[in-house]
Design a protein around this ligand. Sequence first.
Ligand SMILES: C[S@@+](CC[C@H](N)C(=O)[O-])C[C@H]1O[C@@H](n2cnc3c(N)ncnc32)[C@H](O)[C@@H]1O
Length: 175
Amino acid sequence: MAGSGGTAGRRLLLNPAIFGLLGDVGGRWVLDAGCGQGYLSRLLAERGASVVGVDASRRLLDHAEALEARRAQGISYRQRDLSRLGDVGGPFDAVVANMVFLDIADWRPALANCVDALGPGGRLVYSLLHPCWVSGASSRWPETGCVELREYLNEYEVPGGPGGGPNSTGRSPRT
Ligand SMILES: C[S@@+](CC[C@H](N)C(=O)[O-])C[C@H]1O[C@@H](n2cnc3c(N)ncnc32)[C@H](O)[C@@H]1O
C-alpha cells in the first residue's frame, strides 16, 4: 500500500468520499471492518476517532500492529472473520468497510454484523468496486470504446473470485 494515505485510488477517490460520508469522527468510536494493514484506521485516528480495526488476515494485522507499535495512535486491532464477528467493543458510532464485502463470499452475515455493531444513529459506510471493473467486460473497452453491463443489479459469480482458486464459486455483491 503506497504512502500513508493509501494507494492513489484511495487518496484521490475513496478517502474523500469516505470521510465526506463519515463527517467529523473526532471523539467517535469507529470500527474499521476489514482494516487490512490499517491505513484507514490510522487516518481515522489522526482525525481524533477511537478506532478498532478487525481483519481476517494475521499477516496484515501484524503489519498494522507493527506500525501502531512504532507510532502509537491508540488503535486496537483484532483478528476476526466479519461473518462471525462477535463482540469487538461496540456499539460504534460508525462502521467503515472499505473495499471489503466484495472479498467475502459469505458477505450477508458480514454486512449484518457490521450493522449490528452500530449504536443508535450510527453510520455504516462501505465501498465496493464498481461492477464494470469486475465483470470481465472491462477488458474489451479499448476495442469497443465502452464497458457493457448486462446484469447490473444481479448477484453474479466471479470465476476465481473470493476464495481464490480458478474453480471458486464465490459471489460478489454488486453496487
Ligand atoms: C481489498 S482489502 C481492503 C483492506 C482495507 N479496508 C483497505 O481499504 O486497504 C479487503 C480486506 O478484507 C479482509 N477480509 C476478507 N474477508 C474477510 C472476512 N471474512 N473477515 C474479515 N476480513 C476479511 C482481507 O483480509 C483484506 O484485508
